[in-house]
Design a binder for this molecule. Structure first.
Ligand SMILES: [Ca+2]
Ligand SMILES: [Ca+2]
Length: 428
């Protein structure tokens, strides 16, 4: 865009290290509306939803600002944005995301970043954009597409009404009394995992809302359907604009007919606020590591166990990976020139641990992308994005550097953004 400067930086070239992989993007602008974007031709119908996310930082010292917008172009443009101000510098990488839902037809989805005009250069990495099955997941067009359980309420608000601003876009949802949910039929029959994420908060400036994000895979079976569920429970959420991201992934060993995503408010707590609900199928299996891990591979000397109860991030169990120098992975086979993003939650099971989440093409010594982390007890999200060349499987998983690390909600999915890792380097 006019007035915009864009670079790709490698590690060691600036005070900022790439969030993932060897390089990150850096942009600044002198003109309003300046920035970078990428268009993807998609036949968009009313109700279709797209979610974009990335990691951003002020490149070097300072506290810059940046806006991520998903535009639906062709016809009357529809957009949703998330602005961050006072973004930390150096290596204070911060997640950003937005979801847009079409109310009419469009031809193109545009993922765009606008740095603050005349502000410091902003770093961008791990850019992901994909279709979400959850329609109106941003509640930006009111309560459309959501069902409310008996005795429950769903109210949507814009900024400046309740003491909370939307996490993204124009509005957010407030849930009381019963679950709000969406259910859709999988055709002909699903055999994939589904992962969901959402941002949640407590109404007003109170602290204390709680509840669950639930993903269910439903098999029609007379007289009662078989429901395989995974859920992320949360309590004592902060209010104001302190939105918390939660994730859950469900796996089924049976073919299923329907998928449901639910936001369940806890009884006796303030209204539960929700925004940016994203639900999508994933390319890996046993993504939630809930009770079974036999589809995960181990490379010696790695060991994969399960931890339960409060040690798990969601769904009752998490994986626990150990064995320094080994790896726990799945082989993902994809068409040539596919863009893929991977996210997961990790936490130290021992007092501290370190692990590198890696995508590595079979036969290549250089990883397609990787994201290392030194961990203590709190759960941390990790993300990476890569572009697949050639027809060889990618090993996606965790390489173990020290201690035992808990892993959960391992979400491998195709992205509609090309080179989201900002490191378009072909393997040798
Ligand atoms: Ca919203
Ligand atoms: Ca789990």
């Amino acid at each position: 865009m006019p007035g915009t400067t864009a670079y790709q930086y490698g590690n060691g070239e600036t005070a900022t290290t790439a969030y993932e992989g060897p390089t990150y993007g850096s942009i600044s602008t002198t003109l309003s509306g300046g920035g970078i974007y990428q268009d993807k031709a998609v036949a968009v119908a009313a109700g279709d939803t797209f979610c974009a996310s990335a990691e951003v930082v002020t490149a070097g010292a300072g506290n810059g600002s940046i806006t991520l917008t998903v535009h639906l172009i062709g016809g009357v443009t529809e957009s949703s944005s998330k602005q961050l101000v006072g973004v930390p510098g150096n290596n204070g990488w911060t997640p950003i995301s937005a979801c847009v839902t079409a109310t009419g037809a469009h031809t193109t989805v545009r993922t765009q970043f606008y740095p603050g005009v005349n502000g410091p250069a902003m770093g961008i990495d791990a850019v992901d954009m994909h279709a979400s099955k959850a329609k109106n997941g941003g509640f930006n067009i009111g309560g459309t597409d959501w069902s409310v359980g008996t005795g429950g309420t769903l109210t949507t608000y814009g900024a400046g009404v309740t003491g909370n601003d939307p996490f993204e876009g124009a509005r957010f949802g407030a849930v009381t009394g019963a679950p709000v949910y969406q259910e859709f039929t999988v055709s002909p029959s699903g055999f994939e995992d589904y992962c969901a994420s959402a941002y949640v908060a407590s109404y007003g400036n109170s602290t204390g809302a709680g509840g669950s994000l639930v993903v269910s895979l439903i098999t029609n079976h007379f007289p009662f359907p078989i429901v395989t569920t995974s859920q992320k429970d949360f309590t004592s959420l902060p209010g104001g604009n302190n939105w918390t991201q939660v994730e859950a992934c469900a796996s089924s060993v049976k073919l299923y007919d329907k998928v449901r995503v639910e936001i369940v408010p806890a009884a006796g707590t303030p209204p539960l606020l929700v925004d940016a609900v994203d639900l999508h199928p994933v390319l890996d299996a046993q993504s939630g590591m809930n009770g079974a891990t036999h589809l995960w591979n181990t490379a010696a000397p790695a060991f994969l166990g399960l931890v339960t109860g409060s040690a798990a991030y969601e769904g009752g169990q998490s994986g626990a990976v150990s064995g320094v120098g080994g790896a726990v992975y799945q082989s993902i086979e994809l068409p040539n020139d596919t863009d893929v993003c991977v996210s997961a939650r990790v936490s130290a099971h021992t007092a501290s641990s370190s692990v590198t989440m890696t995508a590595r093409q079979l036969g290549q010594s250089t990883a397609s992308s990787s994201k290392g982390a030194s961990l203590t007890a709190p759960w941390r999200p990790l993300e990476l994005c890569f572009r697949l060349y050639g027809h060889f499987p990618q090993r996606v998983g965790f390489e173990i550097a020290s201690g035992t690390t808990r892993v959960d909600v391992v979400d491998v999915h195709a992205s509609l953004v090309t080179n989201g890792g900002m490191s378009l380097i072909r393997p040798n």
